[in-house]
Design a protein around this ligand. Structure first.
Ligand code: AGP
Length: 608
């Protein structure tokens, strides 16, 4: 949600921290701040606004420090103002803290600290951490931080520096990711490896309730309760190219265009043509266990929830196993029924979404085997699940999820194939699906060639204030996703509906100012969708249709057609969503919106 970077080493800290912050800006971008230790003591700057505003503040100042921490914020407690930006300091201005997460018992702690005479300057929950550490500080920053954290309820990823310890950063994690990056004569802390990847790919993921003391040469890790921990160094396979724009004006467009490659990565090594099935060893389930599954729950949030809906259609259609799709935020507070044969899948690009984590833990508490479909290797959800499938889409920086969505659907198609071939699906049908899967990346390439045509359509419609997205069957969730993409990045109001539901209410909205984007592929519901289109046209509505290549007739019935290649019905959502991603992107750009960092949003939602 917010972003943390810390550095201690031999280089000047400020430029390095600012560069790291810029790579983290997608995590939160309503205010930013930095604290460094100079000869004269602890110096900090912070302000509301983007990193560029912080840079402007620092511009005329000279910094020599080789240690510092920096933060980019997405406000939870307290508005995004200069005062509420991190770092937060103790009363004496000696200790600086940056924090991701939420301190749930901050009110009672604040009252306690108020009574002890601490003076607060912000409305944030984070500030109590600086004062609590001050309260316990007796020359040992690590011990004071451990003592303070033992009082805290909630989630945190923190980095702390203190004027008295000019070569030390203390970092800790509970429910909010934090890594230590190790270099030569320098070390880093960060909430996300993207911030430090230019300097090192060797990292240690802190576990919940672990605290690290980091200096330029070494680091030690122990728990809040002071039990020593042996850290495991891991090498990150992401490259610098993957976290840069590579000539594209926005990460979102780059990620849309990466989809042929990311889909190939999702498939690689996972298909067995001989047996007409897929190979997903990461599930960690034996053949017998897979065979015994008689009910599946898919739980996720946002775009990943839309992928889950597509998964429901896929698995029920192919493997004939009943599937339920649950918003993770609802699942965690329901009384879900988990039987012996129930398997739960949680789907999350970041692997850090709080609601999805809570759903995973609730399902485990109820005795379910919980599997993950994640992108970020080593993320909390990936580590806490019993097994799973990585989508291997590489870093997704644009706040609006695109390539993760298509890869999630691809992985769900592989899971459907695996389960289906153990049950009723024939070898011939399995091979037919595999043939179709192999063609998908190339077909996505073909759709992407229509980018300028889709941009032209966007230019005709970007001033409209309301859109309706309609689809049926496998493509109903794609209608939801198309609408979500548009509203997230262009702030145009958009609703997704199953096409036939339109006549039960939304049809009242149709007029010449309410365009409809209709996914009208040549499938078993084609004629029915054409009837829905006719209903819209009869009310002077404009229709942009996504149709199957070769369907010439539809052109006379709608205002614009975007064709996608033919594939098996089960895979159509992977193709049909691509034009909708481009349409949303171009409309948002035309409206002058910041597509990579839409207002009020952040890349991963680590609060409830
Ligand atoms: C998608 O464009 C969104 N920004 C958002 O809905 C996202 O998909 C959701 O927050 C879930 O994130 P996750 O996949 O990282 O768990």
């Amino acid at each position: 949600m917010c972003g943390i970077i810390g550095y201690v080493g031999k280089e000047k800290a400020v430029p390095l921290l600012i560069e790291g912050l810029k790579r983290l800006e997608y995590r939160g971008y309503d205010s930013a701040g930095i604290a460094v230790l100079e000869d004269q003591g602890l110096i900090y700057e912070k302000c509301a606004g983007k990193i560029s505003a912080l840079e402007a503040l620092l511009d005329d100042k000279k910094f020599d420090s080789t240690i510092g921490i920096a933060h980019t914020r997405w406000a939870t407690h307290g508005e995004p103002t200069d005062l509420n930006a991190h770092p937060h300091l103790d009363c004496k201005g000696n200790i600086a803290v940056i924090h991701n997460g939420i301190i749930e018992n901050y009110r009672s702690l604040r009252e306690l600290l108020d009574r002890k005479g601490h003076k607060f300057t912000s409305d944030t929950d984070t500030e109590i951490l600086a004062h609590l550490i001050e309260e316990y500080y007796d020359g040992d920053l690590m011990e004071a931080t451990q003592a303070a954290l033992s009082q805290v309820e909630g989630t945190y990823g923190i980095a702390v520096i203190c004027k008295d310890n000019p070569r030390q950063i203390v970092a800790a994690r509970h429910g909010s990711p934090l890594v230590i990056g190790t270099g030569k004569g320098e070390n880093f802390v960060a909430s996300d490896v993207a911030a430090i990847l230019r300097h090192t790919n060797r990292v240690v993921y802190l576990e919940d309730r672990e605290v690290a003391l980091v200096d330029p040469e070494s680091f030690v890790v122990s728990t809040v309760d002071k039990t020593e921990v042996t850290p495991q160094i891991q090498e990150i396979s992401w490259t610098l190219d993957q976290i840069e724009k590579g000539g594209f004006p926005h990460f979102m467009l780059k990620e849309i265009f990466e989809q042929p490659a990311t889909l190939r990565n999702a498939i690689r090594g996972r298909l067995n043509y001989e047996e007409g099935t897929s190979r997903l060893n990461g599930l960690n389930l034996q053949y017998e266990e897979l065979h015994l599954i008689d009910r599946i729950i898919l739980s996720a949030c946002g775009t990943a929830w839309h992928a889950a809906l597509v998964g429901e259609y896929m698995i029920e259609d192919a493997a004939l196993i009943p599937v339920e799709v649950e918003y993770a935020s609802e699942f965690r507070y329901r009384s879900p029924i988990i039987n012996e044969g129930t398997i739960v899948f949680v789907i999350s690009q970041s692997g850090e979404t709080t609601d999805t984590q809570a759903a995973l833990r609730e399902a485990k508490r109820k005795g379910a085997t919980v599997l993950g479909i994640c992108n970020v290797v080593g993320s909390t959800i990936a580590r806490e699940t019993d097994g799973g499938v990585y989508i291997h889409a590489g870093p997704e920086i644009g706040v609006a999820s695109t390539k993760a969505f298509t890869s999630q659907m691809m992985v769900l198609s592989l899971i459907s194939l695996l389960l289906a071939r153990m049950r009723t699906m024939s070898l011939e049908r399995g091979r037919e699906i595999i043939d179709a899967i192999y063609k998908i990346p190339e077909q996505v390439e073909q759709i992407l060639k229509n980018d300028s045509y889709i941009k032209d359509i966007a230019e005709k419609y970007y001033q409209k204030n309301n859109f309706l997205y309609l689809g049926r069957g496998f493509n109903f969730p794609v209608a939801l996703e198309g609408a979500l993409k548009l509203k997230e990045i262009s702030y145009i109001h958009a609703e997704g509906y199953p096409a036939a539901e339109m006549k039960h209410g939304p049809i009242a909205l149709i007029d010449e100012n309410m365009p409809a984007v209709v996914i009208a592929l040549k499938d078993k519901v084609h004629d029915k969708v054409l009837s829905n289109i006719a209903e819209i046209k009869a009310r002077k509505g404009k229709v942009i249709a996504v149709a199957t290549e070769g369907d010439e007739e539809i052109a006379d019935k709608v205002d614009h057609v975007i064709y996608i290649p033919q594939t098996v019905e089960l895979l159509t959502p992977i193709l049909s969503v691509i034009p909708l991603q481009l349409l949303a992107y171009h409309m948002a750009v035309k409206r002058g919106c910041n597509v990579d960092q839409p207002r009020n949003l952040a890349k991963s939602v680590t609060v409830e």
